[in-house]
Ligand binder design. Structure first.
Ligand SMILES: Nc1ncnc2c1ncn2[C@@H]1O[C@H](COP(=O)(O)OP(=O)(O)OP(=O)(O)O)[C@@H](O)[C@H]1O
Ligand SMILES: [Mg+2]
Length: 509
């Protein structure tokens, strides 16, 4: 048990004060401060581009601060590289770890420091035994023998954590670890995090999800525009208070859809089936309508969206747009017909990292611009600016490479790119994942605007309040099938959850 709240505060394990880090003319962190104690979980929160990941990279030895006071376990620290940070007992778990796919789980944990036997040969038995002991200590069920290839992101993160523990890490930093996890995987990660906290590890945790922050952490530090704002005991503050500090104003977190006239069917999906993945999916989305596709992670929602757009093939069924059949497995034909698809994994699937913000934001409308003879650089910037302004993209200039933007701001550029096409059907997968609280309602407002202009919208979301606030109808999927279609007026959380989770009825023998 921890006794953070009763006893004298635990010793400070890490202290980074008044850090400054610039990239050319861009000041990513202007006055960053974080203090981490032994045996606490400490949230670092702030809007997209506030400087959180830059702080993490300073702690990780990836970036050297221009200026800072930095101590680890009471000693002055100055890291020249990642190795220095590791040696000081700091381990960083990234959102998507990169294990060696061909090595076993145990080999990945002990790579570069494998135990050897008396003959100076790698002692595989001991390596596996040690790995198994680490997993037992963490309370997770993972097989040290298996090859890393094909492991879920959640399992890979746990392996990174096991590796950190085996290197006696006293500080664990997790930068948006939960963004790509399912609910059950988040629970498992939190159980492990609490266990480590109880063993005295200091954990720095970054997330845009307030329910996670308030469920897990002991203290919260807020950053705004590269600078430290405040630190609170989690139990003594509120979401409204920290949001106000993050954004500099109070925020309405949800922007419910404005009523819009609903017209003719735009998208009609009939009997869509991909063997083993989803089957017999029937869907209609009308002009001006937002249809929410709800369900648990793994229910097949993203897979259906990918098949409708033509990224994946399907075995049976049909897709029509405004009455015209859309050829299967042909994304370009879908785009030409007027479908836009904003994928879930936007960074990988939606951006060309070396190109500028303006070029990325106009990628999908270039043909249209060219046809109107409007492809000049200044016009490109103008079109890009309209959308990047509305989405509050934080960038030093429209010509900066998109790779230099923060994670959340990269996501906003992908949104801008597709919103600029004004399609007849917009398919959007997890529209606000990784997007900060201040911009969330703006994204909702934009989607609502588009519906108001007659665009049909199919929105996949795991956030219940978002689905309930935005959707005219909620189509709930479970295990690859549509389990229920719920009208806006009946769409209460319990109804959606029941449809998403109810066990299939047993057929009596
Ligand atoms: N290598 C770089 N070159 C230029 N600018 C950079 C670089 N890395 C970060 N920045 C800028 O520094 C600022 C802070 O970025 P950072 O990634 O730390 O934000 P963040 O708080 O992690 O945001 P998010 O919630 O979106 O992940 C941003 O404006 C970003 O564009
Ligand atoms: Mg970040």
């Amino acid at each position: 048990m921890t006794s953070n709240h009763e006893a004298a505060p635990a010793p400070v394990v890490l202290e980074l004060r008044n850090a400054v880090k610039s990239f050319g003319a861009v000041v990513a962190v202007s006055d960053g401060t974080i203090e981490l104690r032994e045996g606490e979980i400490h949230a670092l929160i702030g809007e997209n581009g506030a400087g959180k990941s830059t702080m993490v990279k300073i702690l990780a030895g990836v970036h050297r601060p221009d200026v800072a006071t930095f101590q680890v376990a009471g000693e002055d620290a100055s890291f020249r590289n990642v190795g220095d940070s590791k040696a000081a007992g700091i381990s960083v778990i990234y959102q998507e770890p990169t294990l060696f796919p061909d090595l076993t789980v145990a080999e990945n944990i002990f790579i570069g420091r494998q135990p050897v036997n008396r003959l100076r040969l790698i002692d595989r038995r001991r390596m596996r035994r040690d790995a198994a002991a680490l997993f037992a200590e963490l309370g997770v069920d993972l097989d040290p023998h298996r090859i890393a290839d094909g492991l879920s992101i959640a399992d890979q993160q746990l392996i990174e954590i096991a590796k950190a523990i085996s290197m006696d890490a006293r500080v664990l930093v997790m930068d948006e670890p939960t963004a790509a996890l399912s609910g059950a995987e988040v629970d498992r990660l939190f159980t492990v995090a609490r266990r480590l906290r109880d063993q005295g590890v200091g954990i720095l945790f970054i997330s845009h999800r307030f329910e996670e922050i308030f469920a897990l952490t002991d203290r919260i530090t807020v950053m705004r525009d590269g600078a430290y704002v405040s630190t609170h005991q989690t139990a003594e503050t509120t979401e409204a208070e920290v949001v106000r500090e993050m954004v500099g104003r109070s925020v309405d977190q949800l922007f419910p859809k404005e009523p819009a006239p609903i017209g003719e069917p735009v998208l009609e999906v009939t009997g869509l089936t991909r063997r083993g993945i989803f089957s017999d999916i029937n869907l209609v989305v009308r002009s001006g309508e937002i249809v929410g596709l709800a369900g648990l992670v793994g229910a097949g929602r993203t897979e259906v969206a990918r098949a409708v757009f033509g990224i994946d093939r399907y075995d049976d069924g049909s897709v029509t747009l405004n009455g015209t059949p859309i050829p299967p497995h042909d994304p370009q034909a879908s785009i030409d017909a007027g479908i836009a698809f904003v994928p879930e994994d936007r960074r990988k699937q939606g951006l060309v990292m070396d190109l500028s913000v303006a070029r990325n934001a106009t990628l999908a409308v270039r043909r249209e611009l060219a046809r109107m003879g409007l492809i000049s650089a200044s016009h490109e910037r103008e079109v890009a600016e309209e959308w990047t302004d509305r989405l509050q993209v934080k960038t030093s200039s429209q010509s900066a490479p998109v790779s230099t933007l923060s994670g959340g701001n990269q996501q906003k550029v992908v949104l801008a790119k597709w919103l600029a096409t004004e399609p007849s059907l917009l398919i959007i997968d997890e529209p606000t994942r990784g997007i900060d609280v201040g911009t969330k309602s703006e994204v909702h407002r934009l989607i609502s605007d588009l519906a108001g202009r007659g665009i049909a919208i199919l929105m996949i979301s795991s956030e219940l309040p978002e689905v309930l606030g935005m959707a005219d109808r909620v189509v709930v999927m479970r295990e690859g099938r549509v389990s229920e279609v719920i009208d806006r007026s009946d769409a209460v959380p319990e109804a959606v959850m029941r449809a998403a989770t109810a066990a299939r009825e047993e057929v009596p023998a």
